[in-house]
Write a protein that binds this ligand. Structure first.
Ligand SMILES: *Cc1c(COP(=O)(O)O)cnc(C)c1O
Length: 461
């Protein structure tokens, strides 16, 4: 399997090199040259596989340059840190299927990808006898999940930028209380988009990127998308009565990474009727799908902070397919986006989009109301991100198609919103007990690339 860039100006590379490259060196995103098709017989044969074996069957089709035994061992180790035997179990509540993606060490779905990516980086670096400096931006959950993915690893330093004071208190503590010497937290005085733009600029500075062997962990890394494809298959098998039955996935969306994994699963042949893209008030993607309006506006802080994003970095991957795999058009659209503030799509393209996606924007009051009503009805506690997806599903899917709602975080991670909704604190899982009392370490810096580059240079030595 070879990988190409959405902007079309790199030579095709193998999986291992695609993982190490992160963002494509031409500024685009890496994608497999072809997406393998999984036929009905194979789906039927996969139906009862446990998570780890299913992960191996899927990932090995994309990572065919890693020996099977090594890949199996990477997968085993990555999911041994989860506290549920199914890794990503599905529960039925209130007529919906809730796919619980929060059983990893930092209690959010990003662990599914980042436990794997951390081990994969370690493996590839050992093989090459190299070191790496991971630099990433987070609106909260990516940072802690990435840190837990690589903490204590000998050949990796990690630098995580988060918007100062704009993550939930628990999210910040989950990052800053990790004191391993290879972990560096940077609180940036600015927004998540500022953090993300700084990280993108650092990666686009090719001499710097090369000199410090920068590696990416944000959802631009193909290996992350790939690991997330697995639970779409797993949950489909748990929910579909007969292989071939269609389901809807409701996906609380920020950077378009998680839902893009669902799109890959759909292209592989998983019977997905529609992907429901659920956003909070930062609804550029919902506006795109419903009105064909992809125009940037300012970021609004909400009770679902991991979705407080305007410029969704993975969206370019989808646009590549929407534009008929024409990299020249992708290049033009994204090169002119910062100046124009919008991308224009044709009516035919928008019609096509609506055959694949539904979309709904859920405001904060509706989010809090949904946490409350769902708890009243079912006794189950939703985190505010999951609540956005549940609300969207109830609003838009009324034809009886089974809906799988991705539960992207544990409610205890976002206790403020939950308390507002139900009037009591969500019970804390063991990993959060007493986290406020632990020692912590963090550097606060302005949203200026020079300052941040200097900090990285000093620590990376
Ligand atoms: C990251 C995150 C999301 C958004 O996922 P994307 O891949 O960025 O679209 C939703 N919910 C939670 C809890 C998250 O951490």
């Amino acid at each position: 399997m070879r990988y190409i860039s959405t902007r079309g100006t790199i030579q095709p590379i193998r999986f291992k090199d695609a993982v190490m490259m992160g963002l494509a060196t031409d500024g685009g995103l890496l994608l497999p040259e072809t997406i393998p098709a999984i036929d009905r017989d194979t789906l039927a044969a996969w139906k009862t596989l446990p998570f780890q074996e299913l992960a191996f069957r899927i990932i090995s089709r994309y990572a065919d340059d890693i020996p099977a035994d090594d890949l199996r061992s990477l997968i085993e180790r990555s999911y041994a840190t989860f506290d549920h035997p199914d890794v990503t179990p599905v529960v039925e509540r209130g007529g919906l299927h809730i796919l619980e993606l929060f059983h990893g060490p930092t209690l959010a779905f990003k662990d599914v990808a980042l436990q794997f990516l951390g081990n994969l980086f370690e493996y590839l670096l050992q093989e090459r006898n190299e070191r790496m400096n991971i630099v990433g931006a987070t609106s909260g959950d990516t940072g802690s999940a990435a840190i837990y993915g690589v903490r204590g690893k000998e050949n990796i330093n990690i630098f995580i930028l988060h918007p100062h004071g704009k993550t939930s208190p628990v999210q910040a503590l989950q990052m800053t209380t990790v004191l391993d010497p290879n972990v560096h937290n940077i609180a940036v005085r600015g927004t998540f988009d500022d953090c993300q733009n700084i990280v993108k600029s650092l990666f686009n500075d090719l001499p710097f990127k090369e000199r410090y062997a920068l590696g990416a962990v944000n959802s631009i890394n193909w290996a992350r998308v790939l690991a997330q494809v697995v639970y779409y298959f797993l949950s489909y098998f748990r929910v579909a009565k007969t292989i071939g039955d269609e389901v809807v996935f409701s996906v609380p969306t920020g950077n378009f990474g998680d839902i893009f994994a669902g799109y890959v699963a759909k292209r592989m042949g998983l019977p997905i009727a529609r992907l429901l893209l659920a956003t909070n008030e930062n609804n550029i993607l919902a506006r795109f799908i419903n009105d064909g309006d992809y125009s940037l506006s300012a970021v609004v802080p909400t009770v679902s902070p991991s979705m407080d994003i305007q410029l969704a970095s993975n969206f370019e991957r989808y646009v590549y397919y929407l534009f008929g795999e024409d990299p020249a058009r992708v290049r033009e659209a994204f090169a002119t986006l910062p100046a124009r503030g919008r991308i224009v799509f044709s009516d035919a393209e928008m019609e096509h989009v609506r055959t694949e996606f539904l979309a709904c924007s859920v405001n904060q009051q509706e989010t809090v109301d949904t946490i409350a009503s769902f708890n009243r009805e079912t006794g189950y506690l939703l985190d505010p991100h999951t609540a956005v997806g549940v609300r969207a599903a109830r609003q838009l899917v009324t034809d009886g198609t089974p809906v799988i709602c991705l539960a992207t975080a544990h409610p205890a991670k976002f206790a403020d919103a939950v308390v507002r909704a139900v009037g009591f604190e969500p019970p804390r899982p063991p990993s959060l007990m007493g986290i406020e009392d632990l020692p912590s370490r963090c550097e606060v810096l302005d949203a200026r690339i020079e300052q941040i580059r200097t900090f990285i240079e000093e620590k990376a030595r």
